[in-house]
Design a binder for this molecule. Structure first.
Ligand SMILES: *Cc1c(COP(=O)(O)O)cnc(C)c1O
Length: 399
């Protein structure tokens, strides 16, 4: 325990207490496995909130990072670099859009989508300046900037950070008639997660995304999907909106776009929307840098070449069935799509975090979201026998 204690004490002394991590200190990782400073091995069932879909330290992504680090890492957008265009071409071809706008963190990409929708509202839809409204959903999670937290439903997320940015209307998630009622002539966008990850892997009714998209189309409102967590094969499709054949007007991407190695985010959309930007309207010092581009190319290629979308679908089914077959009395519900899985623990058996501690003892790292839910989202390179091993350990931890 000594080494673990030492590192935790260092963190607690010098780092702001803005997180409450499980008491484990990781020093190396490979694929779906991580190792702590005591030499204990764990199956990583969080994968950094789905940023590590390709598995830890995927050799192809490591090689891309190292090779690019030996050439050039940052130019800023004041100059061109020889990697960004190649990367965004691959990103646009993979997602089926005409243009991309690169940023770094997921929250920055969400901010970019908001700015894009507002500008589109003013110059294309011709909403009066300053009147643009964006509809968002209750229990959303879109990141931590002051604008984004202003439309969060969570008290702690907002507390003390006021005043907030106006122009956002909140409606219940998974409620089509609420969306219909909320739209006004000033509505420019509807921002939604196709599955609410941080809210506890909340999957809306079949058809919700399609109906919401159709309503947006009918009213000349941009349908903006936050696929930061659900995108890049996590749910058993390349993007969660694919489950309903919906192609959002703006798609927000992050997390696995950087292969678990480098913060990379972007929005993608077509020219009719992206053409609202002219030089100087928006930017980022690191956005589109050649190191990010090289890493992200490799990250996308790994997903494609290793058929991780197919693996997420079949292994996700196996994982969920395994959990249901445990027939554990503490489990109220197993939900999710692909390898994004939420297990709801019945209230009378205590909170999810206590079970995450048990799981940790038994060699599985998972994180609670919202009191009663444990999220299981291993890297998509997980093998059949590793899923079965996980199920056995989860059963043990819940008994
Ligand atoms: C993680 C996440 C974000 C924010 O990404 P950061 O890189 O942490 O800024 C935004 N939206 C969703 C759905 C997320 O899961």
């Amino acid at each position: 325990m000594n080494k673990t204690k030492h590192f935790i004490e260092l963190d607690e002394t010098y780092c702001a207490h803005n997180y409450h991590p499980l008491p484990v200190v990781i020093e190396k990782a490979e694929g779906v496995w991580v190792y702590d400073v005591e030499g204990k091995k764990y199956l990583d069932c969080l994968s950094a909130y789905s940023a590590v879909n390709q598995g830890h330290r995927h050799p192809k992504i490591v090689k891309a990072l190292k090779d690019q680090a030996d050439r050039v890492t940052l130019t800023s957008r004041a100059f061109h670099n020889d990697r960004m265009g190649e990367w965004l071409k691959l990103l646009c071809e993979t997602t089926g859009y005409e243009k991309a706008l690169p940023m770094n963190s997921g929250a920055e990409a969400v901010e970019t989508a908001i700015k894009t929708a507002r500008k589109w509202g003013k110059y294309v839809k011709k909403v009066k300046e300053g009147k643009q409204e964006i509809i968002v959903c209750e229990q959303n999670f879109h990141g931590r900037t002051t604008t984004i937290i202003g439309f969060s439903s969570d008290f702690q997320t907002r507390d003390g950070f006021e005043p907030f940015t106006p122009g956002f209307i909140k409606i219940p998630y998974n409620d089509i008639s609420a969306l219909e009622k909320a739209i006004t002539p000033d509505t420019v966008g509807f921002l939604v997660e196709p599955i609410q990850g941080e809210a506890g892997v909340v999957v809306p009714d079949d058809g919700y995304i399609k109906k919401a998209y159709d309503i947006c189309k009918k009213n000349n409102v941009l349908f903006i999907a936050d696929e930061v967590q659900t995108g890049f094969c996590r749910t058993g499709k390349w993007f969660a909106c694919d489950w309903e054949g919906v192609k959002p007007d703006i798609m927000i991407l992050g997390k696995a776009l950087g292969g678990g190695m480098y913060p990379v985010s972007a929005i993608v959309c077509n020219n009719d929307i992206m053409s609202v930007y002219k030089p100087g309207d928006h930017g980022s010092t690191f956005g589109g840098n050649p190191l990010a581009a090289a890493v992200s190319i490799a990250a996308i290629e790994v997903l494609r070449d290793e058929n991780l979308v197919g693996r997420a679908e079949t292994l996700g089914k196996r994982f969920r069935e395994g959990l249901r077959n445990l027939k554990n009395e503490k489990i109220e519900l197993v939900r999710g799509k692909g390898l994004l899985i939420g297990v709801v623990i019945k209230k009378e058996f205590g909170v999810a975090r206590d079970y995450c501690m048990k799981l940790m003892e038994n060699g599985i790292l998972a994180k609670d979201t919202h009191e009663q839910v444990i999220r299981f989202a291993p890297a998509l390179v997980i093998k059949e026998e590793e899923v079965d091993w996980a199920i056995e350990k989860i059963g043990k931890s819940l008994s």
